[in-house]
Ligand binder design. Structure first.
Ligand code: BES
Ligand code: MN
Ligand code: MN
Length: 463
């Protein structure tokens, strides 16, 4: 592995590497919204072409019951280990559009305090096009320079942002094709631009929708107000009663399977540098808030949560309308930690929510997608390889953290394929994933391309 020539290649090809990424970012591959269906399909083709150009074999746009999975491979020697790279080419909807400083699908480079070398602003830049493309470009370099030391397979899906509904079956049906020794994923964040870190876990997710119905029709809030249950008022108090005064979740049995970290484990995670003042400043908040007795990084890494993602009902148009609404709705997500099970938590939520409903309303609870939490074994040879690779490319030992987000398919990879995943993310939490003005630092992108071949090298010699 010639690190110097890799660095030189990246430096000399900087604009080409950026332009290719920008082309991908022009395609609005929003999986959640059917009006973008053709664009999602187009993105699958463009991904396949990029893999072909990189020199991979057997590139295929594989149909599933939903959007296709793009598969590719390079088998150099079947006696050597195989790394399976996973990523997603779909993106979140760009709304709310008014808050974007440049259009979400017209990639634009701007400097920020955190990214003095510039960042590419576009939906999907960090989540996950910029990150999976790191692997495409790293593989291209390795293949051109005869520097691929083991086998590699790619599976890039198009439904991650909607909970990967088709991927479980596809994975089960393609178990043989997906045979590998480890999965490598770049779809998470580092702690800071100069604080490389590797996530050794992800939270799970249970996502619910609730509907509260009061009277059979909207009523005049003067004529009936005070005498009939208002479903919006009721829903608000039901949601409020999901937390106690210490901001612990009150659902009976919710914490039963939560693995409490030992003081020693907590000390290890506490070593991760974290600037709370900068965190608050970035968010324009006076104080952080969360479960009593835990730090901010613990609250997002090792503790479960319950949050309303959206709530609606009654009159929300211009001006005022006096109305006592018939219905109220909310979308509520719970982030889960080991060893909580998303099916069990969904059931507990439903039972609790129905139990706290007053007689004057009817409550319906519908679970959406979910996924279980994951932990990466700290002694995994590929984790050690990732650690060495990051140390060499960033010139700094990476810290181990737990990611607060979820990639539900990762737990299923373990269950179905028996494989652990290494979460070698290059984004930053402040990159505005899922928000307006999502961006990906140019330095992060290029450092990623530098790190991946080092990972392959170290993995092939430690494995
Ligand atoms: N890449 C994210 C997950 C992520 C982001 C993990 C940052 C760790 C740090 C992924 O694309 C995502 O957004 N997942 C969703 C779940 C999915 C079912 C919609 C999430 O975490 O909300
Ligand atoms: Mn992602
Ligand atoms: Mn995402």
């Amino acid at each position: 592995m010639n690190h110097e020539s890799l660095k030189k290649y990246i430096q000399e090809n900087r604009s080409g590497l950026l332009n290719e990424l920008m082309e991908m970012l022009k395609i609005p591959s929003v999986s959640a919204d059917s009006k973008f269906k053709d664009q999602v399909l187009k993105m699958a083709d463009v991904t396949a072409k990029a893999l072909e150009k990189a020199g991979l074999d057997n590139v295929e746009v594989c149909s599933t019951s939903g959007f296709p999975v793009v598969y590719a491979e390079k088998i150099i020697d079947s006696s050597k280990p195989t790394v399976l790279i996973y990523g997603h080419y779909d993106v979140q909807p760009p709304d709310p559009l008014d808050f974007w400083h440049s259009p979400p699908f017209e990639p634009t480079i701007r400097k920020t305090d955190i990214h003095p070398e510039g960042a590419v602003f576009a939906r999907g830049s960090a989540d996950d096009k910029g990150q999976f493309f790191i692997h495409v470009k790293a593989l291209e370099w390795m293949l051109k320079n005869n520097a691929l030391p083991c086998n590699v397979k790619f599976m890039i899906e198009g439904e991650e942002e909607i909970g990967s509904p088709s991927l479980v079956n596809w994975t089960k049906e393609n178990k043989d094709i997906l045979k590998a020794d480890v999965i490598l994923i770049s779809d998470t964040a580092m702690l800071g631009p100069d604080t490389p870190s590797i996530d050794t876990g992800l939270r799970g997710l249970a996502y619910m929708e609730v509907e509260v119905t009061g009277p059979n029709r909207d009523l005049h809030s003067g004529v009936y107000g005070g005498a009939v249950a208002n479903p919006v008022n009721i829903l608000c108090s039901m949601i409020a009663s999901c937390h106690d005064e210490n901001r612990r979740i009150t659902i009976p049995g919710f914490y039963d399977d939560v693995v409490e970290l030992s003081e020693e484990e907590r000390k290890i995670f506490a070593k991760a540098p974290f600037d709370e003042a900068a965190y608050k400043k970035d968010l324009d908040i006076e104080e952080v808030m969360g479960e009593k007795g835990y730090t901010t990084l613990e609250r997002t890494g090792i503790r479960p949560t319950l949050d309303v993602n959206g709530i609606w009902g009654g009159y929300t148009g211009e001006g005022s309308k006096t109305v006592l609404p018939s219905k109220a709705f909310a979308k509520i997500s719970m982030r889960l930690v080991p060893n909580q099970d998303h099916h069990k938590i969904s059931r507990l939520f439903e039972q609790y929510f129905l139990s706290i409903a007053p007689k004057g309303v009817k409550v319906k609870v519908t679970p959406h997608h979910g996924g279980n939490p994951v932990v990466v074994p700290l002694n995994h040879p590929a984790l050690k390889a990732a650690q060495k690779a990051v140390k060499q490319s960033f010139g700094k030992e990476p810290v181990f953290t737990r990611g607060g987000g979820s990639i539900p398919i990762v737990a299923l990879f373990k269950q179905v394929l028996g494989l652990d995943s290494i979460l070698l993310g290059f984004g930053l939490d402040t990159d505005a994933l899922h928000s307006p003005n999502e961006h990906f630092g140019i330095r992060n992108y290029l450092k990623g391309i530098e790190t991946v071949p080092l990972f392959f090298y170290y993995y092939s010699i430690t494995k």
